[in-house]
Design a protein around this ligand. Structure first.
Ligand SMILES: [Fe+2]
Length: 362
């Protein structure tokens, strides 16, 4: 498949204000703002309220958003006859908002979209990330928590935002813990995009740039953030999105869902936990793993693993299963949830492979 990313991308400090231009250009009269509770107490929220008299607000999107929350936001959009959706927040908010925009006059539930995506009508969707990590502003993916309690991905070209406005200033107030968890997600997504079997020259270029920039910036932006590191991390995250929007992710994301479900581990840390192991596991089927080590300035897989582990420790991410509360007896249930294969996996993993990996990182 050819590289495809239909979203208009706007990047830079103070670009937040461009949302008014984008809405005007599309003659939007009554947008629905989808956000988390925290955003409603910010200056940026006041700015929106002042300029968009017809705006409705749904501020009840939680972390790891449920399909039920998407239904509630869609109900509000339909009841109030909203003609656009603005999503402002982290990956959870953006993942929820992009699905809401596709549920205009849709009588089914969000859960039913997992059977088959049948969109009746779509309103324009504008994505403004307030974290630097998920990349959701430039992808067709939405990861929601289903009524079963498990996270599952919905994917459709219709989910791409009309425009993604990435203003690093929106990330200034992120606490260190969120900066770390979301930033390491961006780093991992770039690594996964690079080694993915679905990679292509365009995605390789974005992924390489994003790996290098996030690897360099993460320790600084987590431990001593300033304008320049916030800028670089926002750019790294956006660049990652431009890669993995087309490649998808790999096994580290599949496994992360079990760590989040059973131990409440934040998404980015849950993904990072197995990144060093898969650098080794995938190195047997792709040269890309060795190239990634080269991006860190080292020449062997062993040294590359140590570089990633060092980065994880610098941002406070756990590196062992026992650190997250995992017990040996839990391993089987984690494996059962993690056997699904992704198109991007450079090599399929069996239950035995996972057992060996877990043994080493327990
Ligand atoms: Fe992720």
């Amino acid at each position: 498949m050819a590289y495809f990313l239909p979203t208009k991308i706007v990047f830079g400090e103070k670009t937040f204000l461009k949302i008014f231009y984008e809405l005007k250009e599309r003659k939007v009269k009554k947008p629905l703002l989808v956000c988390g509770k925290h955003f409603t107490s910010t200056m940026h929220f006041k700015e929106l309220k002042k300029n968009l008299k017809g705006m409705e607000v749904f501020s009840r999107i939680e972390a790891n958003p449920s399909t039920a929350s998407v239904d509630k936001a869609a109900e509000m959009m339909n009841e109030k006859s909203c003609d656009a959706v603005i999503g402002i927040g982290g990956g959870s908010v953006l993942d929820a908002a992009k699905v809401v925009a596709c549920m205009k006059n849709f009588s089914g539930s969000c859960e039913s979209l997992y059977e088959k995506i049948r969109v009746k009508e779509k309103v324009p969707f504008f994505a403004l990330p307030t974290t630097s990590g998920s990349g959701s502003e430039a992808t067709k993916y939405s990861v929601l928590t289903r009524s079963s309690g498990m996270k599952e991905t919905l994917k459709d070209d219709l989910f791409y935002p009309e425009a993604a406005i990435v203003d690093p200033e929106l990330t200034y107030s992120m606490p260190a813990s969120v900066t770390a968890a979301t930033g390491i997600d961006a780093f991992c997504q770039a690594v996964e995009a690079y080694w993915a079997a679905t990679s292509m020259p365009e995605t390789d270029e974005f992924a390489e740039a994003a790996i290098k920039l996030s690897f360099k910036t993460l320790p600084k932006v987590v431990n001593a953030p300033d304008k320049s590191s916030r800028h670089d991390m926002a750019l790294a995250s956006l660049t990652t999105a431009r890669a993995f929007s087309n490649t998808g992710t790999t096994a580290c994301h599949t496994l992360s869902y079990a760590f989040t479900k059973y131990y409440g581990l934040v998404h980015g840390f849950a993904v990072a936990l197995t990144i060093p192991s898969f650098l080794e596991f995938y190195s047997e089927s792709t040269e890309k793993c060795l190239a990634i080590c080269g991006f860190f300035g080292v020449n062997t897989i062993g040294e590359g693993k140590q570089k990633i582990l060092g980065l994880m420790r610098e941002v406070g991410a756990p590196t062992r299963l026992r650190e997250i509360g995992c017990k040996k007896k839990d391993l089987q249930k984690i494996i059962e949830l993690s056997l699904a294969d992704k198109l991007g996996n450079p090599r399929n993993h069996s239950a035995e492979d996972l057992e060996k990996i877990f043994e080493k990182i327990f």
